[in-house]
Write a protein that binds this ligand. Sequence first.
Ligand SMILES: [Zn+2]
Length: 303
Amino acid sequence: MPGPKSLTSLPLRGLRIARRYGWTTSRFLGHLEGMQELCRRYEAPCSFPLPAVLLARHPFLADRLRDATVLVHGLFHLDYAELDSASQQHHLTLAKRLFERHQLLAKGFRAPYLSIDATLEESLRETGYEYDSSRTWILTSHLNALPKSVQGFVKAQYRPSSGESASPPQTYPMELPVALPDDEIMIDRLHYPEREISRTLLGLLEQAEPTRGAVVLQLHPERFPLFRSSLETVLSHARDRGWWLTDLDSLADHIRHRPDGVPPRWPGSGVAALAVSGDIDGITSRDFLSRGSLDELKVDDIT
Ligand SMILES: [Zn+2]
């Protein structure tokens, strides 16, 4: 979802949300199921970051995600880099507890708006998150090919690393950077047809393969009908080329346990690693009317 610094006007964003989600949960859940089903066909487990408040609002959502990898995407969908570290740690701890209450185990974190800095990383360390997937990278060639206004947006909003490497360094919490452009940039800003989305995503894979890198895609389930065939193209390509198709928890575990200083080796002799992820920012339009509050969560119940 575009952040507070987004160029997208509020009325346009409101219209898009109303059209994509509707006022009941059925449209979004259909897209989520479609995306999970497609990934299952390719034995490519999906990872879904979500704000913990959604579990309090829609407890049945936990059952829909029981077989998936889930990440904390905030307690609420807000810019955590703007909070002080005490508030960050309070929210990060409550979010984990809320996930546990719904029998979901979250080992990783993705920041809303992909907005992260050193203070927030320290808060993740303090609250026991094993990995983070909020930093971004983009191929220099892809960045340079974007229209100037979109280039400016991408640089200001995400401050991506623009190296040519997709290999995550070993840090703690481990960083599993998101590859840009994501679906939001390609669909809402660049209005790419699926052919162009496929070409761009395949370009990311082709770049990562010679260095045996890891590619983490960000594809929001609410846009599933708009990227369905591109995702299938990418999964099919990766499977045929012998990639390791994995989820973010397994990717983090594998990197943590591999020896230092050797070229990446992936399970099953995978030539490189691909993890498909998609933030769940809300499941009906109503979720966007209010981010939620500690009062709504009855914090006493979860502390
Ligand atoms: Zn989000």
